[in-house]
Every structure is written in structure tokens, then in C-alpha cells.
Design a protein around this ligand. Structure first.
Ligand SMILES: [Fe+2]
Length: 262
């Protein structure tokens, strides 16, 4: 992993060091302030090139075209909201996905399973430990968003998400988010409607560079990736960790997400 991750800047292999403690402090402070943090250049440029060369042919040949119509809640209905409420507006999300079993031995899968990363993320999130999934397909996925494809507005179900950008699109494909639009007491449906109408001045936009590791708390911060318009796809790996070992999807969930059970 020494050749892949920039361990001089991000000493994940030296948890006893002062520089590790400092990295943790900065990451937690950013999480508190903005609901996310970025480790830019986390994966060295050569490793990014290698990772792209590994996943690109599989994305080209064997990816699952995942398309769904959804609202910001990913739910059919929401208690207290009429079916025609503007907060329930429908959107389309489309990408091409490859799964953990298609990335055996590849850079992104090795990184997902690298214990120091899970240990660092747990510490940053203030959790005792984090574990990889025990699922043949989930855990680590890589998505390509090609021209015309997008990840539309949604709230995440998970407490936090970890992503690694491998290739930035030449045009479009920007990450937009609106910090703490709701909280556990107030669903703020009117605020959601304003956001979806394009009338929320607090929407922020993030342009990530390839090799950046991003940790994002998305449960109450809606976010999207705008449609890619240029020739180069946006290619991003998503890592899922849990507070306990052995988590797996059901066969039915796998069919829904990936078009196959195993
Ligand atoms: Fe998300």
C-alpha cells in the first residue's frame, strides 16, 4: 500500500505518530464544520492511473446499467406529505456499476480491505471500529457516470459514505450539497421543495480531483452529482463500512442494486 497511498502526507500506517493525531484533528474539525472532509492526493497519481486502467475495461464490458426513478427520500411516500407535494418531485439517476467480485486484486478493492483505512475512518467518525462488508458484490463498488448520466438529489440512508474519485469528467459531473437542510426533529419539507426548485442559495459545489478520498455525512445533507456532459466519464469508487462485521445484502437487494444475486 506504501506505493499506492501517499503515506507521507497521510500517515495511516503510523497511528501512534503526532502527524496522525493532527490529521485526525483536522478531519474531525472539517466534519463538524462542513459535514465532510477531503484527503486530496490520497491515492498517488501513478496509483490512480493503475486503478483506472484496471476498472475501465470492466466498466466498458461488464457493468450493470443502474437506472432508477426516485424522489429525494428514495421512498414511495412520506408521512405528512401529499403525493403532489413539490418535495416529492421525481428524478432519474443513471450510472454503470461494477461490483466487488469484479475487482478482485485491483487497487480499489485492496484499498477497501486495507485495515489502516477502516481504523482511520472509525477514529475520524468517533466510532470504536469499522468493518468491511461480507458480501460478494457490495462493500466496494465502482460507478461510471457517462455523458447524460447523473446521480440525482437524495438523502443517504447510511451515517456516512466514503468515496475515492478515480477520473473527473471533462465537463459536468459536479458534486452539489446543502449542509444540514433537515434534522431529526424538523424534516423541513418546504426547504426541500425550495432546494429542488433551484432556489436554495446555500447549495455548495465541490470539484474533486482524481485520487481524493472524500468522507461525507449525507443523512441530513441532500446531495447530487450534476449530469456529465463531456466525453470522459466520472469514475468513482464507493466504500461501505459498518460498525459490526458480517454485514451482507439479501439476494433480493443485490438484484435491485446490481441486477444479479451473486
Ligand atoms: Fe449519497
Amino acid at each position: 500500500m506504501e506505493n499506492l497511498v501517499d503515506l507521507e502526507r497521510y500517515p495511516l500506517d503510523r497511528p501512534e505518530s503526532e502527524s496522525y493525531a493532527e490529521l485526525l484533528r483536522q478531519s474531525r474539525a472539517e466534519l463538524d464544520r462542513n459535514g465532510l472532509f477531503n484527503l486530496s492526493g490520497f491515492l498517488r497519481p501513478e496509483a490512480v492511473r493503475l486503478a483506472v486502467s484496471e476498472v475501465a475495461p470492466v466498466l466498458e464490458r461488464d457493468s450493470f446499467r443502474h437506472a432508477r426513478r426516485h424522489n429525494i427520500y428514495f421512498r414511495e411516500s412520506v408521512p405528512g406529505l401529499a403525493a403532489d407535494h413539490p418535495a416529492l418531485r421525481m428524478f432519474e439517476t443513471v450510472n454503470h456499476t461494477i461490483c466487488a467480485d469484479q475487482m478482485a486484486g485491483m487497487v480499489v478493492r485492496r484499498l477497501y480491505e486495507w485495515a489502516p483505512l477502516a481504523r482511520f475512518l472509525a477514529a475520524a467518525m468517533g466510532m470504536p471500529a469499522l468493518f468491511v462488508m461480507d458480501d460478494p458484490l457490495a462493500g466496494v463498488n465502482t460507478m461510471a457516470y457517462r455523458a447524460g448520466e447523473a446521480l440525482n438529489w437524495h438523502f443517504d440512508g447510511a451515517e456516512f459514505t466514503t468515496t475515492l474519485l478515480l477520473q473527473a469528467p471533462s465537463q459536468g459531473g459536479e458534486f452539489e450539497y446543502r449542509t444540514d437542510l433537515r434534522d431529526d426533529e424538523n424534516p423541513n419539507h418546504e426547504g426541500v421543495a425550495r432546494l429542488l426548485d433551484g432556489n436554495d442559495p446555500q447549495v455548495r459545489r465541490l470539484r474533486l480531483t482524481p485520487g481524493t478520498l472524500n468522507v461525507f455525512r449525507g443523512r441530513n445533507t441532500p446531495h447530487r452529482v450534476t449530469p456529465v456532459t463531456g466525453a470522459d466519464a466520472r469514475i468513482i469508487s464507493v466504500f461501505s463500512y459498518f460498525d459490526r462485521p458480517g454485514v451482507a445484502f439479501t439476494g433480493e437487494e443485490r438484484v435491485g442494486f446490481y441486477g444479479r444475486a451473486g
